[in-house]
Design a protein around this ligand. Sequence first.
Ligand code: TXA
Ligand code: MG
Length: 310
Amino acid sequence: MAQDPEPDIQTAAAALRAGGLVILPTETVYGLAADAANPRAVAAVYEAKGRPSFNPLIAHVADAGTARRIARFDERAERLAQAFWPGPLTLVLPVADTAAVCDLARAGLDTVAVRAPAHPLARRLLAALGGPVVAPSANRSGRPSPTTFADALEETGAAAAAALDGGACAVGLESTVVALLDEARLLRPGAVTRGEIEALIGPLAEAEADARRSPGRLARHYAPKAPVRLEAEAPAPGEAFLAFGPGAEGEGVWNLSPTSDLREAAANLFAYLREADRTSPAGIAVAPIPLAGLGEAINDRLKRAAGFVG
Ligand code: TXA
Ligand code: MG
């Protein structure tokens, strides 16, 4: 029988109230959480990640009601929140309460990113706390996001006052980020697909090339230590191989999904990149992954891991 997590939730809530950091499981990836209203706690998150301070953080909330107090919702935001929250969708909106999500958390912008995560432990912690919690992925800046408790502890556990073990992350890729400022823009593809969003609010504009407006779109990001080679039919000597589809197995091979299932591949991607990287290969070759649906987000992360996105 699973242990009652309530005492851990209370410990984690107390740590956040005291300005400490918490390793937080979500359905996408593990986060490194801090009280969004506390600039010193937020500064400690940037420091633990080694993150450039111009890259703003996502405010995680228990529900749309809390989100509406900190951000200005329009009709499009209402529709998307109604359809996909709690879940792996982040909305960038004009900020309404600059104290609840402090300037440092927003990197000084007059906008704020909000998301209501679906993981039951995250929901309980957010409900216990009442206010928004910033939580970037718990990796050190530029490294793959952690999708298991052990990987999260290895990356930034040393900086955390408490940690919640929520098991392996079901989605495995960071949330979809949509900006609803003027035109609706897809800033980061994710598990909620472009098609699902466009069905509700119409066509999405492309993210701007200007990295200051879409700061998550840095070229080399999510990167393992070994060089990553994409669209590989087979590994070269010394390379590890991330395969996709039936037939590929054996020494040095990690098959993202033997049944060619994109959801399974997304859930395995970061954990397998890490496992392959730990064997210190000459490189990591990755099989072609289809672009449709969730494939857009998987290919986006792979291009960043390979350092190809400018
Ligand atoms: O799935 C997720 O979103 C995970 C889990 C822990 O919730 N969190 C996550 O956070 O991926 P992080 O900090 O690694 O990525 C946040 C992304 C970055 O690309 C950042 O630039 C963008 O959201 N972002 C945050 N606030 C923004 C804003 N006001 N305007 C534009 N982009 C923003
Ligand atoms: Mg991240």
